[in-house]
Design a protein around this ligand. Structure first.
Ligand code: ADP
Ligand code: ZN
Ligand code: ZN
Length: 707
């Protein structure tokens, strides 16, 4: 007997093969089963999508046969398939691309024997019913948040300042779900695992009683073998708790009952290539889907909760709590703030740079405050969001600047190895001895990066000593100092151990780390974000400064009042006004009013279509032609959708490729979705026109982070 099935395989984007392909099989197969199928001359991994009633017109000769199944592996569930289908549809990618990208790469390469070995039963159950950890008594706010979470089924936004005990709430919520149902699984997502080793340790420690292999990690830092192992454990239901980055949102977890998204505002939840999905938004969608799917009359009703947490939520999530789509759980108090000055939030000092000596990098009062901290044996954290020594090297005689020959950007001067490095294409050269254009030997760095700031601080603080008379230590943490595996960990350890007095770094150091002895945090030059063309820049700056402020004084010794210094030429800016009062709601209200007036997210919806070609004209021409075709064909939704003319991207040329983009806006998410879906094939057809054949690529980005 012959069975007909549709199978999704990883087809390259825009190959014209978007949907599932038809295959035949001599054995009955189930939807969700993993199979090996021929595709062209290759043998590829595929997922059985549907059982077909007939061959759909193909003869048994035309339709190829399934080559084999991945035995022993349970089929991927219906909910997982729906999630994948939604992701592909919403983010305008092919089903196969999303489905296969969600599977661990090693699954494609394993032979049946190898797979069988990996599928061997988990080692003997070593679980005990009770947590072995001694639990702290919950604060009143934590207690209320957890109680509210239990009774209200809506997605929850845990709005709590840094140090208010959000992680403890995640742990308790997870523990409750796991204890209530011996099968239940929990997914905890974090922005970047290597930045939060402490968090992983806390989860492992708390749930060690569940037994070995029950808590697994899923992120891109794992080896292919580790990733496969974690994925298989999650898929088999063996792993009860999965701690992962954005990719984990598409993990197969058959009994998922709770999804936690920590630091839900973090931009790294948005995938920036391939299917550009937002893992936070998919988490909310997935929780609802899991609830719906499992509530059929046949099953006892089960729900899946989603808990987003942040001290500075995304404006989208915050807005959802204002209109009642999400519930808001608020925790104002920092743990320990009642009986200890140490727990309170730092005082924010704005330094008006208009009244400081011209061209100074660090205002004299800030410098004095840093020196004072050193003398008292306290640590300071100086934050500058620009790595390298100087962003540009310039000749003051002829005006030459260190432009990258391949990009429309300057190459950054790195003094440590005397190179000019392009941060966009990677092009690196030794610093020229003299100006390449006029021969002047006096070429000079312009502006400051972390490397130069570190050097500058060492000069300015010369002679300052620690309480014991020993010389001060300045350290720097940024992408350049942490390239080697383990470098970040060891540098952080030396900060924790108190070996460092002043830590200089990029936003890397503002995130997540729990520094205990820092009593001063300073932002050297945050003004750029106030006037950025990127509409989310103020939101990100506010979040970053609040987070940086949260680094100060966590558990610092009693009595040491911590301070956050911000150097700015615009001290009157409302963003800083809200920062001074640690008032996120006030900031959000201002920003939301601006966004509403401009019809931007969350009040309007948008997508970007990007095109790349050897010439800017071709890239823009393609986008404009595709938009004209959409207009001419009156595509569904077009009357509610506004495509803007194509423009060059901010950095218009990278590695000799010209990049253009087109913004498409609508006040209706549904109209935008219908339009984009109909526009895809029109774009593909436009690309087939002779004049656009040389185009390198194009892609859609739905709900883009930056415009
Ligand atoms: P957040 O995630 O909001 O930054 P954490 O959950 O990490 O905060 O809590 C901050 C610190 O307070 C941690 O060291 C944590 O162990 C501790 N902590 C959390 N809740 C309590 C509590 N109820 N009692 C005592 N200490 C707590
Ligand atoms: Zn010159
Ligand atoms: Zn370059």
């Amino acid at each position: 007997m012959t069975f007909w099935i549709s199978v999704v395989v990883a087809t390259p984007a825009h190959s014209g093969v978007g949907g599932p392909l038809t295959y035949r099989s001599e054995l009955p197969l189930a939807p969700g089963q993993l199979v090996r199928v021929p595709l062209g001359r290759r043998e590829v991994l595929g997922v059985v999508w549907e059982l077909l009633p007939d061959s759909g017109g193909l003869t048994p000769v035309q339709a190829k046969a399934v080559l084999g199944t991945l035995e022993g592996l349970a089929p991927l569930g219906a909910t997982w398939r729906k999630l994948v289908a939604f992701t592909a549809g919403y983010y305008q990618r092919s089903l196969g691309e999303v489905a296969l990208a969600a599977l661990p790469p090693q699954l494609r390469e394993l032979s049946t024997v190898q797979l069988a070995r990996r599928l061997k039963r988990p080692s003997a159950d070593t679980s005990t019913a009770e947590s072995l950890c001694e639990l702290v008594a919950l604060s009143p706010e934590q207690t209320v948040a957890l109680a509210q979470l239990e009774v209200d089924p809506r997605p929850a936004l845990l709005f709590g300042s840094t140090g208010s005990g959000k992680t403890e709430v995640y742990l308790r919520a997870a523990a409750r779900v796991l204890a209530d149902d011996p099968e239940a699984q929990v997914l905890v997502m974090v922005p970047e695992i290597n930045l939060t080793p402490q968090l992983q340790a806390r989860f492992e420690e708390r749930f060690v009683h569940l037994g070995r292999e029950r808590v697994v990690a899923l992120h891109s830092g794992l080896t292919p073998a580790q990733r496969l192992k974690s994925w298989l454990a999650a898929h088999a239901g063996v792993a009860r708790l999965v701690l992962g980055t954005r990719m984990a949102v598409l993990a197969s977890m058959p009994n998922l009952r709770l999804i936690v998204v920590d630091e839900e505002h973090d931009p790294s939840y948005k995938q920036q290539e391939g299917a550009r999905y937002s893992a936070r938004d998919l988490a909310v969608y997935r929780a609802r889907l899991e609830g719906l799917e499992n509530s059929s009359p046949a099953n006892s009703p089960k729900s899946c909760r989603v808990l987003l947490g942040s001290a500075t939520p995304s404006l989208e999530s915050w807005h959802a709590t204002l209109v009642g789509r999400y519930q808001r759980l608020t925790m104002h108090e920092r743990i320990g703030s009642v009986d200890q000055a140490a727990g309170s939030l730092p005082t924010v000092r704005l330094v008006d740079m208009n009244h400081q000596p011209k061209h100074c990098t660090l205002a004299p009062p800030l410098l004095a405050a840093i020196a004072q901290r050193i003398a008292r044996g306290e640590q300071s954290l100086i934050f500058l969001n620009r790595r390298g020594y100087a962003p540009v090297l310039a000749c003051h005689d002829c005006g030459w600047k260190s432009e990258c020959p391949h990009c429309s950007a300057y190459r950054v001067f790195h003094k440590i190895d005397r190179t000019l490095r392009c941060h966009h294409c990677g092009f690196t050269e030794r610093v020229p001895r003299a100006c390449p254009s006029c021969g002047n030997v006096d070429i000079a760095p312009v502006g400051r990066g972390t490397e130069r700031l570190e050097e500058h601080l060492a000069e300015l603080l010369q002679g300052i000593t620690r309480p014991d008379g020993s010389p001060l230590v300045i350290a720097r943490i940024d992408a350049d100092t942490t390239r080697l595996k383990g470098a970040l960990e060891s540098q952080l350890a030396s900060v924790h151990a108190g070996e460092v007095d002043v830590l200089v770094g990029t936003q890397m150091i503002a995130k997540g780390h729990d520094f205990r002895h820092i009593t001063l945090v300073a932002a050297v030059n945050p003004d750029g974000a106030l006037f950025s063309s990127d509409f989310r820049a103020p939101e990100r700056l506010f979040g970053l400064l609040m987070q940086a402020a949260g680094r100060a004084g966590r558990n610092a010794e009693k009595g040491a009042q911590s301070e956050m210094w911000v150097q700015t030429f615009h001290p009157e800016h409302p963003l800083f006004g809200a920062l001074k009062k640690h008032d996120y709601p006030a900031f959000a209200a201002q920003e939301l009013a601006d966004r509403e007036a401009a019809g931007m997210s969350p009040f309007g919806f948008s997508a970007l279509v990007r095109a790349e070609a050897r010439s800017q004209d071709l890239a823009q021409g393609f986008l404009n032609a595709a938009a004209a075709a959409a207009q001419a064909q009156a595509l569904p939704g077009h009357d509610m959708v506004t495509p803007y003319p194509a423009v060059p991207m901010t950095i218009q040329r990278v590695a000799n490729v010209e990049r253009a983009q087109m913004l498409v806006e609508s006040s209706s998410r549904v109209a935008l979705q219908r339009f984009l879906a109909a526009w895809q094939p029109v774009m593909a057809a436009t690309r087939q026109q002779d004049e656009f054949k040389p185009l390198i690529r194009w892609a859609m980005d739905v709900d883009p982070l930056a415009i």
